[in-house]
Design a binder for this molecule. Structure first.
Ligand SMILES: *[C@@H]1O[C@H](CO)[C@@H](O)[C@H](O)[C@H]1NC(C)=O
Ligand SMILES: *[C@@H]1O[C@H](CO)[C@@H](O)[C@H](O)[C@H]1NC(C)=O
Ligand SMILES: *[C@@H]1O[C@H](CO)[C@@H](O)[C@H](O)[C@H]1NC(C)=O
Ligand SMILES: *[C@@H]1O[C@H](CO)[C@@H](O)[C@H](O)[C@H]1NC(C)=O
Ligand SMILES: *[C@@H]1O[C@H](CO)[C@@H](O)[C@H](O)[C@H]1NC(C)=O
Ligand SMILES: *[C@@H]1O[C@H](CO)[C@@H](O)[C@H](O)[C@H]1NC(C)=O
Ligand SMILES: *[C@@H]1O[C@H](CO)[C@@H](O)[C@H](O)[C@H]1NC(C)=O
Length: 482
């Protein structure tokens, strides 16, 4: 008994310390993408963000369930208009309607703290062949005008998250100071930058040192990280990492169009953990161990020393993302599909070895897997069944350099069958595979390869609590108004 008092005095300061160190680099945000077959309930995700001291979140749409969960949280939010709605937003009436339904509706005390509207997502990506080149600027202009009309233009700013491929430096002189916007988009880029400047809005860019490395075996490996690497010298400035060089190439491109001091936000930065020989936890950890201390110290870049607003990509793995860019695309999360931390990461930038706080009360399906039945007879059908399973689930971990690449042929089949079975919510018929599949309640993970059990999906979530709050608010509002 006496001891417990003693323990309490000992523990109290420790608990306080622990509490104080659950914080993140000032202003650190994360991208919350939702292209997963099984999503955690949005309320669980918001709790997870708060538990880890994350105060800003960037979305890829304005989904009402997500917005409902964010209401009252005080998290600062960037909502977004997807590329496929840009053309529609070229109509001012549609833009006004979008702002009413997705901004004004949440703009009340206890609502959602919206700070930015992202118009499009990397709309000028070269692989889009110019599809959005003519529709992005008019959409941006309409949304800004609609925000102004709604009386929120001073506090909510528009921006366009752009991929770093909108600028380059000439191959003849590849240094940051030579940075210019791509000539094929010089007109829309100038229009966009002028409009942002006029409204005091920031330029948003996504920078991916991983992609500099990916598919380019000549790229100097260490230059992708922050702890050394052969420097390049530009006007007596030494660049020791591609992040700084990339950022300063943008600063030079902005300067060349007359906006050298425009604020820049990093809309996405991060490192994937599977799906490529360089996508693994060790490299991700090395990257973040370099990034966070620099952000915490407000190091900035040679041309822009100081604070940078940064959104990590991404929060949670998304098993339904397109793999067109590469197999790594489904593995960007600092959390796994089930909201559990993958590796130690110190968001406060103090470089301590500690894990993030995982999602609470996660509900999993039953502890059972589907595997290849080694006694099966009709082996001739195996390849077709594996292909089928992988077409409708995520087999990216099987590829070269990935966590399940070491499996034997039977292991490959089991992995594919299980991924499909889990995506299908362990439906009885989803482990048949023409007699080639069999259920197992054992843990059949091997080595680095995890055979996962899916979570129960929250896609069927009921009426959002915000709808109730909003109805009450509307009633109150009508009392106040009349
Ligand atoms: C609001 O955003 C959602 C999600 O992005 C979208 O589906 C919907 O069309 C938007 N509402 C309007 C009125 O444009
Ligand atoms: C862009 O063009 C290439 C080659 O013509 C084509 O393969 C690709 O599907 C096109 N992409 C889009 C998004 O239109
Ligand atoms: C964009 O506009 C230019 C000039 O009017 C035109 O040449 C081009 O074909 C348009 N691009 C698309 C994808 O519509
Ligand atoms: C952070 O710690 C790792 C080892 O855990 C070390 O390799 C790295 O250099 C450290 N980074 C900084 C910026 O101190
Ligand atoms: C397992 O599948 C992967 C990816 O499809 C393939 O590279 C590997 O060769 C397969 N292994 C065997 C033993 O068939
Ligand atoms: C299954 O086994 C692997 C090691 O092969 C281990 O990492 C994992 O935690 C186990 N999973 C469960 C649910 O016990
Ligand atoms: C597999 O799961 C275990 C925990 O269950 C985790 O420690 C390990 O990092 C995972 N491996 C991969 C490659 O995801």
């Amino acid at each position: 008994m006496g001891n417990s008092g003693f323990l309490a005095t000992l523990l109290l300061p420790t608990l306080l310390c622990v509490h104080l160190s659950v914080g993140s680099v000032t202003g650190l945000g994360v991208n919350w993408g939702t292209m997963a077959t099984h999503k955690l309930p949005p309320e669980t995700v918001v709790k997870m963000l708060k538990d880890n001291g994350i105060k800003k979140v960037k979305l890829f749409d304005a989904d009402s369930n997500t917005m409902g969960a964010l209401a009252g949280s005080d998290l600062e939010v960037m909502v977004a208009i997807p590329n496929d709605q840009l053309l529609a937003m070229n109509s001012y009436d549609r833009a006004k309607e979008w702002v009413q339904k997705n901004i004004t509706l949440y703009n009340f005390k206890g609502g959602v703290n919206i700070k930015y509207v992202a118009v499009g997502n990397e709309p000028f990506l070269q692989t889009y062949n110019g599809s959005f080149v003519n529709t992005t600027f008019p959409a941006l202009q309409n949304i800004q005008n609609a925000l102004n009309d709604a009386g929120v233009g001073d506090t909510i700013k528009v921006t366009v998250p752009l991929n770093a491929d909108v600028y380059n430096s000439p191959e003849s002189n590849p240094v940051p100071s030579a940075g210019r916007f791509r000539t094929d988009i010089s007109r829309p880029m100038s229009q966009i930058v002028d409009l942002l400047a006029k409204n005091g809005a920031p330029f948003t860019v996504n920078i991916y040192p991983f992609l500099s490395l990916y598919g380019n075996d000549d790229f100097p490996f260490n230059y992708a990280f922050f702890d050394g690497g052969n420097p390049i010298v530009d006007n007596k400035i030494q660049y020791t990492n591609v992040f700084d060089a990339n950022f300063d190439t943008l600063v030079s491109a902005l300067k060349a169009v007359g906006h050298g001091s425009m604020p820049i936000i990093i809309g996405e930065v991060g490192w994937p953990t599977d799906g490529d020989k360089n996508a693994n936890m060790a490299n991700a950890q090395r990257f973040y161990n370099g990034l966070f201390p620099r952000l915490a110290a407000n190091t900035g870049t040679p041309l822009r020393p100081g604070y940078i607003e940064v959104y990590l990509f991404g929060l949670i793995d998304e098993d339904a993302k397109s793999v067109a860019p590469g197999n790594f695309e489904r593995h960007w999360g600092i959390f796994r599909y089930d909201g559990q931390p993958k590796f130690p990461i110190d968001l406060s930038g103090q470089n301590q070895t500690k894990f993030l706080i995982g999602a609470k009360d996660v509900k999993y399906l039953k502890q059972q897997c589907c595997m290849f039945n080694p006694n099966a007879k009709n082996i001739g059908k195996l390849v077709d069944n594996i292909n089928y399973a992988c077409t409708f689930s995520d087999c990216t971990a099987l590829g070269f350099g990935s966590s399940c690449n070491g499996l034997d042929a039977n292991g490959n089949a089991s992995y594919a069958f299980n991924m499909y079975y889990q995506v299908q919510n362990q439906k009885d018929t989803a482990c048949s595979f023409q007699g080639l599949g069999i259920l197992s309640t054992r843990n059949i993970s091997q080595g680095t390869c995890n055979f996962t059990i899916q979570i129960t999906s929250s896609s069927f979530s009921s009426v959002s609590p915000l709808v109730v709050v909003l109805s009450v608010f509307t009633v109150l509002n009508s009392y106040l108004l009349f």
